[in-house]
Design a protein around this ligand. Sequence first.
Ligand code: CTP
Ligand code: MG
Length: 551
Amino acid sequence: LVKHLEKGHVQVNRSVGANVAADPESGGNDESEKKEGCKSFYAVQQDRQEQADRSVLISCHSRTEKKFLKYLSRHGDVKKYFFYESYGMYAVVEFANRESVASLLEAATMPSVNHESTVPFKSRLLSLRNLGSADSPNQRPGQKCQPQITIPINELIKRLSREERIDQQITSLTEAYQLTEENSRLRFLVCSLLKDIAAAYFPECTIKPFGSSINGFGKLGCDLDMFLDLDGISAQKPNSGLFLEYQTKRANSERAVTQSILSVIGECVDQFGPGCVGVQKILNARCPLVRFSHQPSGFQCDLTANNRVAMKSTELLYLYGELDPRVRHLVFTVRCWARTHSITSSIPGAWITNFSLTVMVLFFLQRRNPPIIPTLDLLRDLAGPMDKSMIEGNDCTFVSDFSKIQVQTNTETLEQLLREFFEFYAVFAFNKMSINIRKGKEQNKPEVAPLHIQNPFETSLNVSKNVNATQLERFVALCQESSWLLQQSETNTPRGGSGGDTPTSWGLAALLLPSQVAGIKSRKKRRQEPASERIKSLLESLKNKNQPNKS
Ligand code: CTP
Ligand code: MG
């Protein structure tokens, strides 16, 4: 039920879930961004969090950039700022010091409203208007707006069709889809704003993003998974003889406590959370959560509590993504392909999730010869004493120091890998085998489920328990079809239009064409067309293999 996971970035010097390429379009100039590449996952998270705590979100109507900055700098040094549009114009402003935020809030006036009640605290979500301006009414900030959503699929297909090689198409897709530096900042800022609300109940709490917002695989527009972290309160200190008395209350289970925490925070967000709308408490899910939409950022948010294992799997995905650039490229491509063909969906249901799909790509990369990424067991064996992590009885230990990981030399191209990915899963023995990234080898299925993917840390759980046989069959059929398409010379040949011509979709772009969705039904027809011997026998073998399943 709870979707957990993801986020995206990089190429060079990436870090925390954000592209760190310097963007001449954004304001300010942050040297620290360029240094993130060598920091640990947690150090980067902490820096981002701290940066967000010094930032404000301002609805800025029609100010000019110059006046806007002049006004803000009365309160202190502005380190970085950028504009974006979401139901109006907004600016994210990072001050050099927290005091500036306090000073800004000090100067802020509560609006007088008629039929609404005032929110009983000052949030860092502000609106700058009526500053006796001589501006022309519709003047826009001089800076270009930073996009917070991906380009439409048709545009992506056109863009990819202009590339000359499939490898380039794959990297170009990643570049178009991955989270930007600005979008990452906005995600951390929304967590920080929410922390101000949650702190009304629990002053020591922090709210951290996890999943695709920070794991390196997030696409612009992906949901914002957050978790309320209360560990700061109970961090073990040397015994001083002084104890916090009355720190416990009778509760049925840890789950019941998590549910009550989320229930009160959910209530608070609903009643008083500036910009938070459509709050739903989904407390009976396996992982209880509060879901809402944060209007000023446009993020769909899922707030959980007591979810440290998910943070570990986020870190693991991040690590895999950093080990070899091909990992991220392939994950982005497969995720986009799956979404286009409705293999994945934004609605929860019997579909394969992005998290499952990512684990499938990782598993495939472990199965290459030589492997492109190591098994989780190997990463555990490389762990130092500081990496030890036991969460709720699950061993979540793995190495955090990337430099200890030796990667073998595998020179396969992205094009080869994509082709082989489809072939691999077109013939995978889903009926008998479970996908296991801990061992890096398929294992016998421990239980009956159409698709079995072992949860890397809670090893008795199946990540894809929700997937039904029909959805798995659709995935397999699409893998077969895409594999077949990539064997065809018309798919393989660049046909980018010269000059002003509209390019004909080829390569990866052809695999993303919406008409290919219906392609599953017309597969029979296609089979009559000349196909390579190799793929013909592949399809034959599948037909035989799938028969017992279908009875
Ligand atoms: N997660 C998990 N087990 C699952 C599902 C999710 O441990 N069965 C964790 C993963 O760490 C995942 C995170 O929860 O990264 C968030 O899940 P979800 O939002 O479903 O996936 P994302 O990776 O964030 O992908 P999306 O972009 O679709 O949100
Ligand atoms: Mg998510």
